[in-house]
Design a binder for this molecule. Structure first.
Ligand SMILES: C[S@@+](CC[C@H](N)C(=O)[O-])C[C@H]1O[C@@H](n2cnc3c(N)ncnc32)[C@H](O)[C@@H]1O
Length: 222
């Protein structure tokens, strides 16, 4: 049992529970044609993001890492028509692709794509008084996950959720000697989750079409 089985099960689950419609299919095709890396969430993970958003009645969301807007579409569809989803992307070419994908999905009025390194965009959001958010999805440069969490915890309402993707990284999360800066960053993030009295959090390991990884979910309780 391994990658082949994980992919087959993901395909089975996706076909029944998270099937692509035209807009999602077109988003993947356009992203691939434009040469974007295929590092978007899987269909079941996109569906999960939407279910989480709906389960807390989310109206506002913030996403770190837009890529081609695939997770953006799943999340945007879970918000009410007058909701707001701000998504941050450092690469202008990716953001262009995402903009077209989001428009095609009919979410142009709800989704706002901000281009630039997230740590530089966040002060702008603050100045403009954008937030607080009901749900935050952290899925950009993994080395900055702790910093994005620090910012988000101050700006997520009580009862809101902070979700972070790619926190397990083939199990390297537990390798204290791993020198890839993304690994100590994920360990620091977990220590922050453990020490932060304003959240209750857990991490779920995942296997699927994208391999072995995992995500953290933190409920803001205080
Ligand atoms: C894993 S991909 C996001 C996938 C997307 N959330 C999805 O599932 O469809 C990570 C994205 O973060 C972007 N990124 C990397 N560093 C960033 C930064 N400092 N600020 C904002 N975005 C960044 C990358 O260009 C890439 O598009």
């Amino acid at each position: 049992m391994g990658q082949e089985t994980w992919t087959a099960v993901d395909d089975y689950v996706s076909g029944l529970l998270a099937p692509h419609d035209e807009a999602l299919e077109a988003a993947i095709a356009a992203s691939s044609e434009a040469g974007l890396p295929s590092i978007q969430v899987s269909p079941p993970q996109g569906k999960l993001l939407g279910l989480l958003a709906r389960s807390i009645g989310a109206r506002t969301a913030l996403e770190f890492g837009t890529l081609g807007g695939y997770s953006t579409i799943w999340l945007g569809r879970a918000l009410p028509a007058d909701g707001r989803l701000v998504t941050l992307e450092s690469d202008p070419a990716y953001a262009e692709v995402a903009r077209a994908n989001v428009e095609r999905a009919g979410l142009g009025g709800l989704v706002e794509i901000r281009v630039g390194p997230a740590l530089e965009t966040l002060p702008e959001l603050e100045e403009e008084g954008i937030g607080p958010f009901d749900l935050v999805f952290i899925d950009a440069d993994k080395v900055n996950t702790p910093g994005y969490f620090t910012w988000s915890i101050e700006r997520t309402r009580r009862g809101g959720l902070i979700v972070a993707d790619n926190v397990v990284r083939d199990g390297r999360l537990v390798d204290e000697a791993d020198e890839d800066p993304a690994i100590p960053a994920q360990r620091r993030f977990h220590e922050m989750l453990a020490a932060e009295p304003r959240v209750e959090a857990t991490t779920i390991q995942t296997v699927g079409g994208k391999g072995y990884d995992g995500f953290s979910i933190a409920l803001v309780t205080g």
